[in-house]
Design a protein around this ligand. Sequence first.
Ligand code: SF4
Ligand code: FES
Length: 362
Amino acid sequence: MNAPLSPPLAMLMELTHRCPLKCPYCSNPLALERARDELDTATWKRVITEAAGIGILQAHFSGGEPMVRSDLPELVRHARAEGLYTNLITSAVLLNPARMAELAEAGLDHVQISFQGADAAVADHVAGFRDAHEKKLAAAQLVRDAGLALTLNAVVHRQNLHQLSAMIDLAVDAGAQRIEVAHVQYYGWALKNRAALIPTRAQLDEATRIVTAARANLAGTLTIDYVVPDYYAARPKACMGGWARQFFNITPSGKMLPCHAAETLPGLVFERVTERSVGEIWAHSSAFEKYRGTGWMAPPCQGCARAEIDWGGCRCQALALTGDAGATDPACGLSPDHAMMAALAIAESGAAVDDFAYRMIS
Ligand code: SF4
Ligand code: FES
């Protein structure tokens, strides 16, 4: 028996899949959507109004790189007018003083800039984009000068974890209020590049030690969020806060999804905001209802004391590793597939695979 449906907390708008960077862990799908299929400005504004109408509090502007859309300030202004907290998730390589001024004037609340390393040699290699690191440092300064809240998103993996301390120092120097130290999660492009990205157990332990020490040293200066890799976990994370419970994504062409990787799940039909309202899809779409709550669970999740804490983990990861989207996430130690997942992490992290399949539109 599922509890009554609560309003979602946030909507993530993938305004576009276009992006100058080629990060090999991008959470966008392998089949990227094309510019000609993107929703127009009027449709995005209607979507924002409908989302506000069902009670969301936060509007996250993402991509791809959302700054390739010239209507970004107009959409931010509209979201603010609807009473939403506005967050820009960006690589920041396209941010310049004029565009920063436009976005600040539109009422943007918060900027989250991704960093791929602590210096240009590592960061530009991971991003597949020359001078990306230097542009990001300049952009962080613009955000700070504009008086907006700034979070640095440090995505860490086997090829940049040796720079973790320096990345935390970089966040302090950039004047960020927060850094998210996020180990790569293996969906989309990251799954394709897992053998080149997955850290060793020793790297993970050292990263955890560094974060613990930095949290103590930087208390009151920098908040450090820490996302550990599922492959070494004992229990899964509550992916998306539970399927269709708190968040939803909208793709550039208007498909509404419970998570960014949901299209990998076979047999689900994802409705479009061009054909049905955001509220109707949230409440009634069969894809949203499929894994919502606990009614779909089988043992060991069914009846487990953590069923309403982690909601059975991640459906996309369960599918990718077991072939069954309804299985317990193998990140859980109670899953019959947990040992397979752990063995996979040890084997791949010890292999000498360093080459990336960079993200690109095929
Ligand atoms: Fe979570 Fe299922 Fe594992 Fe229980 S058995 S801890 S609900 S994943
Ligand atoms: Fe889809 Fe976790 S990424 S449920």
